[in-house]
Design a protein. Structure first.
Length: 299
């Protein structure tokens, strides 16, 4: 159960151990991080086309995924907004001027377009494309390695990364509000309470939740879990730049388990290096809880 978490942390630590602080190297790392996001999105689209039993009960899959995603995200946002009112996040980062609304929409459409292109490529069913899932895993490991290098180059200490109250607080709020959203989704969809709670326990980790939920509840619920967490991840990518200035906790909380890996470069670019320790703690806690809660509610 914890081997996946170890695999996530290992490249991050290896990158951290490399004392690379030359400006030219760090600029190259930043560029590579940006490209890796697009590469992983493309592989994600290909993997989506090869998802088992996707053609069956497709309407039910998307209905369950959409209702659960909306219920969970709305509960998350409301709870995180309350957290921001009660305990504002004091920070020194001055966000760079954001592009226009049209530019932000185009950037979001570009990210979605990469997924669509990958999906269309996957529909060709070429045999070599079946390795997309494995390729995306290696790409993610390389991305995590680059993040570790970047963290070491920023000069942050391990204490700053591992001990962060804001990251723990956001994790607690996201956990409780997500489970509430899962319970509401179960009531709206006429599903058992445990199924709704299990759907809410992926926290954006679509590759994990899809597999575990398929084994426990069958292909329809498993596919719905996959799309639910995939939608959460895409929404986080699109909303983080708009939320980060005034709603920092909400921007972080939306990322869920992906805050320490896939969406970390997006958070860092929009919120600066100050948000990285909280993001890693939040992502670590969510990644630790996801398999435990899914297994518990699936029992």
């Amino acid at each position: 159960m914890y081997s996946g978490l170890l695999i996530i942390l290992l490249p991050l630590v290896l990158g951290w151990l490399l004392p690379l602080r030359q400006p030219a190297v760090l600029r190259l790392v930043n560029r590579l991080l940006g490209w890796m996001v697009y590469i992983i999105l493309f592989f994600m689209g290909i993997s989506l086309a090869f998802l088992d039993n996707l053609s069956r009960n497709l309407l039910s899959v998307f209905h369950i995924a959409l209702v659960s995603a909306l219920a969970i995200l709305l509960c998350n946002l409301l709870a995180l907004r309350l957290l921001e009112k009660k305990r504002p996040w004091q920070h020194q980062h001055k966000q760079e001027a954001l592009p226009s609304r049209l530019r932000m929409a185009l950037d979001s459409l570009t990210l979605c377009g990469v997924v669509v292109l990958g999906f269309l490529a996957g529909l060709t069913q070429f045999p070599f494309l079946r390795h997309a899932s494995t390729a995306s895993e290696y790409a993610l490991l390389f991305l995590l390695f680059l993040v570790g290098v970047q963290l070491r180059g920023s000069g942050m200490t391990l204490r700053q990364i591992l001990l962060n109250r804001r990251g723990m607080l956001v994790s607690l709020v996201v956990l409780l509000s997500a489970l509430l959203g899962g319970a509401i989704a179960a009531a709206l969809l006429g599903l058992p309470l445990k199924t709704g709670l299990a759907l809410a326990s992926g926290f954006g980790w679509y590759s994990l939740s899809g597999i575990l939920m398929t084994e426990a509840f069958g292909p329809v619920i498993g596919s719905a879990a996959f799309f639910n967490d995939l939608l959460r991840e895409l929404i986080a990518i699109m909303l983080v730049p708009a939320l980060i200035a005034r709603h920092r906790s909400s921007a972080l909380g939306l990322c869920g388990a992906t805050a320490m890996d896939f969406t970390l470069p997006v958070l860092q670019r929009a919120g600066g290096n100050e948000i990285v320790p909280a993001a890693i703690v939040h992502g670590f806690v969510m990644s630790l809880l996801a398999p435990l809660l899914i297994a518990f509610f699936s029992a």
